[in-house]
Design a protein around this ligand. Structure first.
Ligand SMILES: C[S@@+](CC[C@H](N)C(=O)[O-])C[C@H]1O[C@@H](n2cnc3c(N)ncnc32)[C@H](O)[C@@H]1O
Length: 374
């Protein structure tokens, strides 16, 4: 393995539908982008003829948080298409994703677009979105929520924290920034090929505030402290802990805009970009009920579903499934206790970005950047 590499999988969500049951924080954050998705579904040119209209859901995980956006996309397109024309919804994720949970949900949930629209069809692709994964000019509408903050790999080990935003090591931060720029450019370049002319992609992803704050400070502090405790107790070896990193990044407004300005993704225009602070619903509930234990447990469950399995990849090869399970449980319990001891609001900076595939991409990007830069 290369330095900083944990395994072949850069991102691992909790399996067996675990992410589906513990991802309401992500659902809340993404809801702010739904009006943009609806607008995009109204604006995209519809391909002539009778071929299916393709909607792509990039980084779908187990699908719970895709139900609402895909229903918005399908129902808005349906209003324009009338009955009969097929809409093909393609959910993509890494090959190791729990696609069984996704299909189970799509087949059974009353809110599934398959239930709501008899001419909608579901399929999936298990391949990294840092490659081209769909044919040229095939996608009319794309959605990508909470996924493109995951890098294709951790370029180096982080010597002093699980999250690079809180590392004091300049070289490590620079290596992650370089990887983040490369991955963002690759992601856009491939989508530029896949989108049909006029097609739109709506992205919601982690961002940095204009002051450069990544947020999640209490949660990540509790995670780092619990990991240190497990090392001190001998439950986790130091070399295992030093491999543990969450390869996610928040990007600045300028970093999001860079590939559009440099011409790296000349097929795409940056139509809209905004950075905002998502509401911390767990904090809001705590203010109502004063239940610190529930507050700690909910943030720890969020971490268990979305990042603790990735940290567990740092445990030595050949580690038993029981040890992995114990590690995740100890981390979750330790985090819950720490967070319950001092509830605080969590800053969650997010970006909503809309890109369009167009012939005059470059000049439209410049115009969007001119109106949205602070
Ligand atoms: C936090 S989940 C988001 C799931 C869902 N879209 C939501 O809004 O809750 C991030 C997902 O991105 C996927 N992901 C990370 N890197 C990826 C890549 N290179 N290609 C495809 N999917 C990726 C992960 O496997 C995971 O399922």
């Amino acid at each position: 393995m290369q330095e900083g590499e944990q395994s072949g999988r850069p991102a691992a969500m909790e399996g067996h539908g675990g992410y589906n049951s513990r991802s309401t924080v992500q659902a809340g954050g993404a809801s702010a982008a739904l009006p943009r998705l609806e607008r995009a579904a109204l604006d995209v040119p519809l391909p002539p003829g009778t071929s299916p209209i393709v909607v792509a859901d990039y980084g779908a995980s187990q699908g719970r948080n895709s139900l609402l956006p895909m229903a918005v996309a399908v129902q808005t397109l349906r209003q324009r298409l009338g009955n009969g024309r097929a809409i093909s919804v393609i959910h993509t994720d890494l090959a190791g994703n729990d696609f069984s949970a996704l299909f189970e949900l799509l087949n059974t949930d009353p809110q599934s677009y398959l239930t709501l629209d008899q001419d909608a069809f579901a399929s999936a692709i298990g391949r990294s979105f840092y490659e081209q994964i769909l044919p040229d000019d095939s996608v009319t509408l794309g959605w990508c929520a909470w996924s493109v903050q995951w890098l294709s790999r951790a370029p180096v080990a982080i010597p002093d924290h699980v999250q690079v935003a809180y590392s004091r090591d300049e070289r490590t931060r620079a290596a992650f920034a370089t990887q983040a720029a490369q991955d963002w450019s690759d992601f856009l370049r491939h989508r530029g090929r896949e989108l049909r002319p006029g097609g739109r992609l709506v992205i919601i992803t982690m961002a940095l505030t204009d002051d450069g704050d990544f947020g999640y400070r209490p949660v990540l502090g509790a995670m780092q402290d619990t990991l240190e405790e497990l090392v001190a107790e001998g439950e986790v070896r130091r070399e295992e802990a030093s491999r543990m990193a969450i390869p996610t990044v928040g990007r600045t407004r300028a970093e999001f805009a860079a590939p559009f300005m440099s011409g790296e993704c000349s097929d795409l225009a940056l139509e809209h970009i905004e950075i905002f602070e998502a509401e911390d619903a767990i904090w809001r509930d705590f203010l109502k009920d004063g239940d610190a234990t529930a507050f700690g447990a909910r943030w720890a469950a969020f971490s268990r579903a979305s990042v603790l399995p990735t940290l567990a990849l740092g445990l030595s090869e050949g580690t038993s499934a029981e040890r992995v399970r114990d590690f995740v449980e100890r981390m979750e319990t330790g985090m819950a206790e720490r967070l319950a001891a001092g509830p605080a609001r969590t800053l969650m900076p997010l970006a909503i970005i809309v890109v369009a595939a167009t012939d005059e991409a470059a000049s439209r990007s410049q115009a969007a950047w001119d109106v949205t830069k602070p």
